[in-house]
Design a protein around this ligand. Structure first.
Ligand code: BTN
Length: 261
C-alpha cells in the first residue's frame, strides 16, 4: 500500500482529502487532530500499521503491517445528520457488510453495536468519535479496522471474543485497496439514507443472533433476552423471559450469545 496507489484507486470517490501513513499510533487520533485543524467533510486517513489502535471501551486494536485495513473518515454532519449520531456506528458496520456481500458474496453480521462477524468470529470493528463545540457537533470520525489477511487476526490471548480475518473465511487474499474502496463507496451510498426505515431494515437484517437468546452487559447491569431487532432509532430490542420488552441504547454495551461465556 502506498499513497499514490491509494489516490488512484479512490479517485472516483468525492473525498475531501487523503493522508496515508505507513505506521502511526491511531488513525482516529490523527483524524481528530486533522478535524481540529479544519479538515472538510470526507477527509480520509489510512494507515498500513497502527501502534496504538483503539477500540471501544478503552480496548486496544491490533493492526500489524501489511495485513489489515485501518482508516478513519472525517464527517461534518449537517442538518438532519446532527440528530442521528448514534446511527453512524451502524453506517460504518453496514458499509462493511455490503462491501463484502457485493464483491465477495460473504455474509458478514453485525454484533450490535460495533463488531463485525464472519462465521461467528470478529474480523472488523467500528469506532465512532464525535467532536462537540458546546451543544453543536463539529465533526464525526468513523474509524474502521478490518482483519483482511490472516496475519491481522490477533492471537487468542489478546482477544475477549473469537477472531478471524477475511482471508481465513474466503480462502484467498482479497485486494485490500479494492476492499477499502468498496467500503467507502457503500458508506457514501447509505449516508443520505441514514436513519430512514430502509437503513434501519438493512442494519437489522445484518444483525447477528436475531431470534436468539443473548446476554447484554450495560455498565454494571446485566440483561438477558430474546433478540428481536432494532427500534427506529437504532436501539436494540429484546424480549425478556417474562415477555417484557427491553430496549438497549447505544453506550457501553457488550452483547454476547448465551453460549459464549
Ligand atoms: C472495536 O471493535 O472496538 C472498534 C475497533 C476500531 C478500530 C479502528 S482501526 C482504525 C481506527 N483507528 C483506531 O485507533 N481505531 C479505529
Amino acid at each position: 500500500m502506498d499513497e499514490k496507489t491509494l489516490q488512484a484507486a479512490l479517485q472516483d470517490l468525492p473525498l475531501g482529502g487523503l493522508r496515508y501513513f505507513e505506521r502511526i499510533g491511531s488513525t482516529n487520533d490523527l483524524a481528530l487532530a486533522w478535524a481540529a485543524e479544519g479538515a472538510p467533510d470526507l477527509c480520509l486517513i489510512v494507515a498500513d500499521e497502527q501502534t496504538t489502535g483503539r477500540g471501544r471501551s478503552g480496548r486496544s486494536w491490533y493492526t500489524p503491517p501489511g495485513a489489515a485495513l485501518a482508516f478513519s473518515l472525517i464527517l461534518r454532519p449537517e442538518g438532519k445528520e446532527e440528530t442521528l449520531l448514534s446511527l453512524y456506528t451502524g453506517l460504518g458496520a453496514l458499509a462493511v457488510v455490503h462491501a463484502l456481500r457485493e464483491r465477495h458474496a460473504l455474509h458478514a453480521q453485525i454484533k450490535w453495536p460495533n463488531d463485525l462477524l464472519l462465521q461467528g468470529r470478529k474480523f472488523a470493528g467500528v469506532l465512532v468519535e464525535a467532536v462537540w463545540l458546546g451543544e453543536q457537533i463539529e465533526s464525526l470520525i468513523i474509524g474502521i479496522g478490518v482483519n483482511v489477511y490472516a496475519q491481522a487476526t490477533p492471537p487468542p490471548h489478546q482477544v475477549d471474543f473469537p477472531a478471524t480475518s477475511i482471508e481465513e473465511v474466503l480462502h484467498r487474499r482479497p485486494n485490500r485497496i479494492q476492499l477499502l474502496h468498496d467500503i467507502l463507496a457503500a458508506l457514501l451510498d447509505w449516508r443520505p439514507r441514514i436513519g430512514e426505515p430502509a437503513f434501519i431494515k438493512a442494519w437489522e437484517n445484518a444483525l447477528a443472533y436475531r431470534g436468539e437468546q443473548v446476554h447484554v452487559q450495560q455498565g454494571p447491569t446485566a440483561l438477558s433476552g430474546h433478540l428481536l431487532g432494532l427500534a427506529a432509532d437504532g436501539a436494540l430490542q429484546l424480549r425478556s423471559s417474562q415477555g417484557e420488552p427491553i430496549t438497549v441504547h447505544f453506550g457501553d454495551v457488550h452483547l454476547r450469545p448465551n453460549i459464549v461465556s
